[in-house]
Design a protein. Structure first.
Length: 340
């Protein structure tokens, strides 16, 4: 009798554990930056994943690095797949905040090697470009980052990304004459001195929608922008344009926070998102380039010339390893400088 009871209890425990595991994978939470990009990620990836797997994909955002770290530190992880900036992905991996990706589920064979490592894989590949509003500039068109710092030739406010991450400092150095192959290690004194020359004319944007509003309204007739945001404005009929000369290429990364309750489903979701079709679907919706090298044949033909991958001649790939190593020290100086 006692042995039978033990066997029954053991079977019950196993059944309960299996049910809990199944329940854990009945949903996952995808966190990104909101706006048109997350809308496209939902339509391109989440809706298809739900249809194919019957796993519900809950949407959250915007991405918050402090919140992600607090979740992991407390063991109460509510996010499963998170879209993060590249330097944070590398730094978070070194800090032990991320699960290693399961490349037996995620096929990395055809992924652009610039945008994949053990703990992260590209969400999409984009460039910072010099965007401008021709009407607000009186028909005068800039041609390089040098013009972004020329207040006399191009009067008015100019807008930059407000957060301490790859892009702004590199633009300042390029505008000051630094050769692309000599950017790293960044000469911070020189970069901040260049930014000082136009500091009173800078408007800051913290998200893509804000940057679009500033440009389309003419509040800031030129500045640095994610190329997909320029495309979205053009698609909506706004008269704006972009300069691709020395475009700065990088990628958002998809990561899985350490302690995700739905890790198995998260790996499957990332596998779909980074597949040739998943990347092509997102690229067709956003004009951000696919990180899967097999996606090109699946792209809308009229879109291909607008992708960063088609402007590689003068393209500069931002150094993510450098930023991961120096992110904290650069951030402190960046925010101290902004506050002055």
């Amino acid at each position: 009798m006692g042995a039978n009871i033990k066997r029954l209890l053991g079977a019950a425990i196993i059944a309960i554990g299996s049910a809990a595991g199944a329940a854990a994978d009945e949903s996952l939470t995808f966190t990104s930056w909101g706006g048109t990009t997350q809308d496209a990620q939902k339509a391109s990836w989440a809706d298809k994943f739900e249809s194919e797997t019957k796993v519900k994909v809950l949407q959250d955002g915007p991405t918050d690095y402090g919140k992600l770290k607090a979740m992991v530190d407390s063991g109460a992880v509510g996010w499963d797949v998170v879209d993060v900036e590249p330097d944070f992905a590398y730094q978070a991996a070194k800090m032990g905040l991320l699960e290693p990706l399961d490349f037996s589920v995620i096929d990395r064979t055809d992924i652009d090697p610039r945008f994949v490592f053990d703990h992260g894989i590209g969400s999409f590949y984009f460039s910072f470009v010099l965007g401008y509003n021709p009407d607000a500039l009186g028909g005068n068109a800039p041609t390089s980052w040098v013009d972004l710092f020329d207040i006399k030739k191009f009067p008015g406010k100019r807008t930059f990304y407000k957060w301490a991450s790859p892009g702004v400092l590199e633009i300042a150095l390029l505008a000051d004459g630094v050769a692309p192959d000599k950017l790293y290690p960044l000469d911070l004194d020189r970069a901040f001195a260049k930014l000082d020359s136009i500091k009173s004319d800078i408007l800051w944007w913290g998200g893509g929608a804000e940057s679009q509003q500033q440009l389309a309204s003419g509040e800031a007739p030129l500045g640095m922008f994610w190329n997909g945001r320029i495309y979205a404005l053009q698609k909506d009929g706004a008269k704006v344009d972009a300069v691709w000369n020395q475009n700065l290429a990088t990628a958002d990364f998809l990561v899985v926070p350490k302690g995700s309750k739905n890790k198995a489903a998260a790996m499957k979701f990332i596998a779909l998102a980074t597949s040739a079709q998943g990347q092509a679907d997102l690229a067709n919706a956003t004009a951000y380039a696919p990180i899967n090298l097999k996606s090109e044949g699946l792209l809308n033909k009229d879109l291909v010339p607008l992708l960063p991958s088609k402007h590689a001649e003068s393209q500069i790939t931002l150094d993510l390893d450098y930023w991961a190593e120096h992110r904290d020290e650069i951030s402190k100086r960046w925010y101290d400088w902004q506050a002055k």
